[in-house]
Write a protein that binds this ligand. Sequence first.
Ligand SMILES: [Zn+2]
Length: 546
Amino acid sequence: MTGYPTSGKSRRAIEVQKYLTERLAEENKTMRIHLVNDESLHISKGAYKDAREEKKARGAHLSAVERLLSKDDIVIADGLNYIKGFRYQLYCVARALSTPHCVIHAATPLNLVKEWNGLRGAEGYDEQVLDELVTRYEEPEGRNRWDSPLFTVIYDDEAIPGDKIWDAVVLKKPPPPNLSTVSKPVSATNYVYELDRVTLEVINAVVEGQREFGSGGLPMVMPNATQKVVNPSRNVTLSELRRLRKQFVSINKVRTTLDTSRLPDMFHCADNTHLHKAPTTYSIRITTTTTTTTTMKIIPINVLEDNYSYILIDEKTKEAAVIDPVEPIKILNVISQTGAKLSSVFVTHHHWDHSGGNIELVAKKPGLAVYGADARIPEINYVCKDHEEFKLGSLEITPLHTPCHTKGHVCYYVVDPATNERAVFSGDTLFVAGIGKFFEGDARDMYRILFHIIGNLPDDTWVYCGHEYTKQNLKFAITLEPHNENLMAKWAWCQDKTVTVPSTIGQEKLYNPFLRVNEHALQLIAGKTDPVEVLHTLREMKNSFR
Ligand SMILES: [Zn+2]
């Protein structure tokens, strides 16, 4: 319903209710009818004196409609509904529920409205408020999709056009749902796509509302969200929304176990409450404390100038392995503090700065199993075959052959079957925001590794690499993609950090240029479209980057 204050809307609303009730009984239909008005919502006429109160009132109306409406429930929204933007919001609620709607305009000339209001005495509107509401009244237009179909009832019409309204709201097929109103169950592989789609739709809804109606402080309708109606505290710019969306997506990309139906709620929640808060875009795993659920503990140790060794502990059995122990004394010191028992050495490749401590370590701790896939590795006594899984206590280790940096390079992929937490020790193959040099391979080899081996690991896999090269890598990446907001956020994040491991596979895909060779921006820079050629060119550029 819409019309001037005291235009007879409420009388018409009751007529509509009466007509539909009788007709439903006649035709043996079981739909329910609800009448929503200021009285039922305990909104006094005084609310229209104050802009804030009035906005609350609109929010209450919209919420009530949203709560009551369904395919089996007819809601008569008897309010002023004088702002076309608000009628648009009501229409969005119906559209989101795939149920039809119509607009009934109680058309009464101004002089009559004033006369009727005067007759109500103290029950009526304050004269000034009435004038104001009339000035602000935006007449419905049938050509607007949110005002259509439109039925105008003149003040002296004997009756409402009951059968037309019946046709519109009971018989007419619902308006075609836009994509946002259709939610499908999703599989985990669909997750990132869903995340993108759903957040884009929320943004589009906000933008659509603001573009058509400006910043009237309108309540917003959020597609797919369970709480559809939100009252934004202020107008939000498109770039703000885009930034929020990107941040939201990058934070949640790694949470593949998340129920995607919750995404719209979470997103507009982030939208509402975190607008001014700096988001934690990049989470870091707490590696030095153990939670009750974590059985896989990883301790990074800075060695040499910028290398990393890692201690991997299975908390269940206290069995430990060390990855690339180039400074054995340092490693043994840390292990002795953990109470774990060192049983194995995982060597990623034969380069001195990774395997150069093996002889000393084995001399101090005889009987260690030394894993690797290159005869050049000192003390190697366990040659691991590609994908041939073995165990460290309860942890499952899968060696992934990744020949390119060296021919015998291995990345060790670890899964904790108790918690499904996973990590990869990527040596000199994948760094945070970069990759290793192609000493014994070429761009084709690296492409296969990045897109068919490492890139295939789940997005939430923690990445522990062989060197702390992050800042230098990001500097180079920024010259390529200065407009990549994920990249800039990572850059900002790492400024005060000396240890930037781990990242995740999912994060790397957002800013590591070598995992982004299919991006148009990077193809333009390389002057190539073939991803292998792009990878080759970017590697050459990085080699000469200072
Ligand atoms: Zn190396």
